[in-house]
Ligand binder design. Structure first.
Ligand code: CA
Length: 453
């Protein structure tokens, strides 16, 4: 691969007028994030009922990770780490931006919603997003889908380094009305809009438009689909997936979920087809992951637990990456890595400058994406309210309302056998590392909205 790149570069140097722009232009980056898609939900991760041919092909053309994690087992904080490259406990967004009453069938008026926590909270404005870094490096930046990092204007993507935004800013909507429990929630730029269509179709359409209109500059397109997350609607019986997709799964009790997954897969397929049609395939790094684990057992098996939990089912997710000529096809990586790695990796690829004086919690793992099996991190730490977890090497420690223990992931990916009593020294070491991490987070500059005190 290296040789091929060098030959291309030399050919370009010999004929600068012909191909110089093609080979010196930094790659486009397309980051697609599913919502609540579990570790086992894709065909390429072994699922037998979900149909994901486009994502399976993406994995066959690139690399697929078995030990990839998010920083929190649910939406908002997990996304904050993707955007900032920092633990939620460091960037301040370490819980959901959510009106709890909303989930209890409370119908907000516009006026009441306007002063609710969901409207007032957001990612601390001192945080630097990956879009800001890439924009400074000359990229056109767009986000299409679920922003989930603050709904007040100052928190919206156009104020946070993105040139383009189409989607919703809170944490969930009805797929067809685009309302969050009755509150209209779709945006174009800074303005709320109303239009008809299924959210997945609209996000596909806007992603294609963004690519078509990106022009000659390299682009960063972040597509956080809300599929296959459950709909935030009062009417639990309302159909939330297109009939043509539901029909593919007759008699299946999870037909709607599988329809959401296949619909999402088709949308990803169209994004990939557009890159190909526009001749951008070779110079685009495409990544696909999820923001947290799935809610149902068959989405996460053989992992224990699921969304909102500290067991692997809540935090271990798929990662597929493709960059023709740079990432070898058909690879599977067992390297332990996380979404915290995206920020420094994208900055490096783009020739961007890392923000001075801002500690990042991840490392550039481009070599890992390219198949290098060398370890990139020794540990990762999680906290959700009173629930705690750490992975160091293959040791996993959990202390949570749902249970806990010390597990050896190299032989027990399902966290079935608690080794706390057999391996007290390992337990003490892993817990000690978690406590050191917690002290570091406490000592970090206090950031809002939950901590700034
Ligand atoms: Ca989620």
């Amino acid at each position: 691969m290296e040789g091929m790149t060098r030959r291309r570069w030399m050919a370009a140097a010999a004929a600068p007028l012909l191909a110089r722009g093609q080979t010196t232009r930094p790659p486009n980056i397309v980051l697609i994030v599913a919502d609540d898609l579990g570790y086992a939900d894709l065909g390429c991760y072994g699922h037998r009922l979900n149909r994901t041919p486009h994502l399976d092909r993406l994995a066959a053309e690139g690399i697929r990770f078995t030990d990839f994690y998010v920083s929190w087992p649910a939406c908002t904080p997990s996304r904050s780490s993707i955007l900032t490259g920092r633990y939620p406990q460091r960037n301040g967004l370490y819980d959901m931006i959510r009106n709890n009453e909303v989930n209890w069938k409370h119908q907000f008026t516009e006026e009441e919603y306007a002063v609710s926590p969901e409207m007032a909270l957001g990612l601390d404005l001192r945080e630097i997003t990956i879009a800001q870094v890439l924009k400074q490096a000359g990229y056109t930046t767009g986000v299409v889908g679920k922003w989930d990092s603050g709904r007040a204007r100052r928190f919206l993507p156009l104020q946070r380094g993105f040139d383009f935004f189409y989607g919703f800013a809170n944490t969930g909507i009805d797929y067809y009305t685009h309302e969050r429990y009755g509150v209209p929630s779709m945006f174009r730029g800074n303005e709320r809009i109303k239009e008809s269509g299924h959210a997945t179709d609209l996000f596909r359409r806007e992603s294609l438009r963004f690519i078509d209109q990106a022009g000659s500059r390299p682009f960063f397109l972040y597509v956080p689909f809300n599929a296959p997350h459950g709909a935030s609607t009062f009417d639990r019986d309302a159909r939330q997936a297109p009939e043509e997709y539901l029909r593919k799964f007759p008699g299946d009790p999870r037909a709607q979920y599988r329809a959401w997954v296949t619909h999402l897969d088709d949308a990803v397929g169209e994004i990939l087809a557009t890159l190909r049609k526009r001749g951008l395939e070779d110079n685009t790094l495409v990544l696909f992951t999820s923001d947290n684990g799935g809610s149902a057992r068959d989405s996460n098996a053989p992992l224990r637990g699921g969304k909102a939990q500290m067991f692997e089912g809540g935090i271990r997710v798929p990662l597929v990456a493709r960059w023709p000529g740079r990432i070898p096809a058909g690879k599977v990586s067992h390297v332990f890595a996380t979404t915290l790695e995206f920020f420094p990796t994208f900055a490096k690829i783009a020739g961007g400058t890392l923000p001075a004086g801002t500690p990042l919690d991840g490392v550039d793992f481009l070599h890992t994406l390219r198949g290098d099996p060398a370890p990139v991190r020794s540990g990762m730490f999680w906290q959700r309210r009173g629930d705690k977890a750490a992975r160091t090497g293959n040791w996993k420690w959990v202390e949570s309302e749902r249970g806990g223990g010390l597990f050896d992931l190299s032989t027990d990916i399902g966290e079935e056998k608690d080794l706390s009593h057999e391996r007290p020294a390992d337990l003490a070491r892993v817990k000690g590392e978690w406590q050191r991490w917690r002290k570091e987070m406490d000592a970090a500059e206090p950031r809002g909205p939950f901590r700034d005190y």
